[in-house]
Design a protein around this ligand. Structure first.
Ligand SMILES: O=C(O)c1ccccc1NCC(=O)[C@H](O)[C@H](O)COP(=O)(O)O
Length: 212
C-alpha cells in the first residue's frame, strides 16, 4: 500500500450575498466562503449585510473577507465576522499582516509577474490566490489564465482562481494540483446569486478529480 497521503483539494466559493446560497454551499461541504467587501463590486455586501451572512456559517468553514486597497477602519469593522482576510489590491505585506488575522494575497497574472519573488515578498501570507489579469478589474473577471505559467514549486500554497467552472475544474486540478480552487462567476445564476446545481456540480467535479 502506498504511503502517499491523499490530498484533498480545498474549495472556496466567493461572492455570497444571500443566506440561502450560504446554507447550500455549506451543505455541499465547501471549505471557505468569500464575501466581497469592495463597495465598487456588484457582488459587494455592507458590514450590516455581512454580519447575518457570516453568523450563519458553522464551525470549520472559513469566512473570508475580500478587500481592494481598503482603509484600516474598513477592515477593522469587518473583523468580528471574518476568519481570514483576502487582499486584491496593491496592499503591502505589512498592511496585510497588521490585523492579527490569517490572510491571503491575491495576485493577478499579468505578463511581467515573477511569482517566486511575490511568494517571497508575501512570505507571511497563508496562501497566494492566482487570478486572471484584466486591467482595471481587481477580481471576479470570470476569465481563466494560462495555467502552465504557474511554477511546479512555489514557496506558498496556491489557490487557483479565474474562470473556473464545473466544466473545467477537473482539468485544472489535474494540471495544477493546487492547494485549493476558488470560483465565483462559474457557480452563479446571475451576478451575486449562486446556482445550486452549478455549486453541486463544481464540488462533485473537484471530488472526482481528487480520487483519479
Ligand atoms: O467578485 C468581485 O466582484 C471582486 C471584486 C474585487 C475583488 C475581488 C473580487 N472577486 C474575487 C473572486 O470572486 C475570486 O476570488 C476570483 O476572482 C475568481 O472569480 P471568477 O473568475 O468569477 O471565478
Amino acid at each position: 500500500m502506498s504511503a502517499e497521503p491523499l490530498l484533498r483539494t480545498r474549495v472556496k466559493f466567493c461572492g455570497f450575498t444571500r443566506e440561502d446560497d450560504v446554507a447550500r454551499a455549506v451543505a455541499l461541504g465547501v471549505d471557505a466562503l468569500g464575501f466581497v467587501m469592495w463597495p465598487k463590486s456588484s457582488r459587494s455586501v455592507s458590514v450590516e449585510q455581512l454580519a447575518p451572512l457570516a453568523s450563519s456559517v458553522p464551525a470549520f468553514v472559513s469566512r473570508v473577507g475580500l478587500f481592494v486597497d481598503p482603509s484600516v477602519e474598513a477592515v477593522e469593522q469587518c473583523l468580528p465576522h471574518l476568519d481570514l482576510l483576502q487582499f486584491h489590491g496593491d496592499e503591502s505585506p505589512e498592511f496585510c499582516a497588521a490585523f492579527g488575522r490569517p490572510w491571503i494575497k491575491a495576485l493577478r497574472m499579468r505578463e511581467t509577474i515573477n511569482l517566486s519573488e511575490e511568494a517571497e515578498r508575501y512570505g507571511q501570507a497563508q496562501a497566494l490566490l492566482l487570478d486572471a489579469y484584466r486591467p482595471g478589474t481587481p477580481g471576479g473577471t470570470g476569465e481563466a489564465f494560462d495555467w502552465s505559467r504557474i511554477p511546479a514549486t512555489l514557496a506558498k500554497p496556491v489557490i487557483l482562481a479565474g474562470g473556473l467552472t464545473p466544466e473545467n475544474v477537473a482539468q485544472a486540478v489535474h494540471q495544477v494540483m493546487p492547494y485549493a480552487v476558488d470560483v465565483s462567476g462559474g457557480i452563479e445564476a446571475s451576478r451575486g446569486c449562486k446556482d445550486a446545481r452549478k455549486m453541486a456540480l463544481f464540488m462533485r467535479q473537484v471530488a472526482l478529480a481528487d480520487v483519479r
